[in-house]
Structures are given as C-alpha cells and as structure tokens.
Design a protein around this ligand. Sequence first.
Ligand SMILES: [Zn+2]
Length: 186
Amino acid sequence: MNDLLKQNQDMALAIELCQMGLRPGFVQEAIPSFKSQMLVGLYRKVQGKTPVKGNMPARDAKFLYSEHTTHRLCLHGSVLACSMERLLEHHFDDALVLKYAYEDYLHQIAKGEALINCNRAWTMVRALRAKKLELVPCSYCQARYVDGYRMRRNSCPICYQLKKRRSDFLNRPTETRNALFLPGKK
Ligand SMILES: [Zn+2]
C-alpha cells in the first residue's frame, strides 16, 4: 500500500515538474525510479510538445558566476538560493526543494520576468547540495546573497546598486545635482 502511495506521489510530482518545464533528463535525476523514455512521453503529454534537445545547462550553476552575470540575475539567484537553502536544511528531497523554491520564486517576482528557468534552478539545487554554490552575508545590510566571483564587491546586488547610484549622483556636476532637487528653477 505504501509503495502504491509513493508511486502515485512520485507520478504527481513528475507531472508538476514537467509542467514547470523541467527537462526529462533532470526529472529523472530528481525522481530516479522513472525510466527516461517514460518521462519523455510524459513531458510530451503534459507540455503538448517534444522536449528540447541539445545540451543541458551546466550542472554547477555556472550561470551565476560568469562574466555575463548581471546584478539582476544575481538578485534572482539569491532569492531562489535562500529558499532552497532553507528547504535543504529541513531535509526536503531535491525534487521538492526545486518545486517549492521555484513556486516561491515565481510568486515573489509576481508578474515580473523570471530570469532563471526551472532547469537552471535545478542545477542550483544540486550545486547547493554539493556545497558548490554559497550564500554570503552582505557587509552592509547582512542579507545573504549568491556571491559569484564577478560580484565580489562586499555587498549584495541591492546595496551595490544603491552605492553605484549614489556615486553616479555625486559624480554629476553640481548644477545638474541641484537641478534635480529644484525642479522649475534652473
Ligand atoms: Zn546588502
């Protein structure tokens, strides 16, 4: 009976992961009891299309550490990683960590653009589990954030942007600065 219950739970989870767009190869990593051919068929039924072929995203969440990593992406990665880390601490399986953290991420960005798709999010779960992705405290606001090597500026993406805006403002000529505070008076 317990086996049957577990099978049903795994199937429901596999359907949800396919709905989120997780590629069959990663669904199989998340739920190893399923055969890959079956998952390709399930994905096709759920999504109404054949899964994308080609390279899978790098498994070490390198997209958060590359020279192309923007501060917005770092911010999104930090939101996701914080949820994932909390769930991992509570001993959730990786598949459930992905499901709950990704749902939470989409909820938090509301109607904003998701910069991280669930396949990349899966690589983050694995990298956090393997301790290859770390969250460090911001030296200004103490919020924890993903510290890509290009981002080592001792501050989280939000504090970095605030500091940058402040210095951009202070670097403007005095007349331009005053004009910002005295609209109508030139
Ligand atoms: Zn900060």
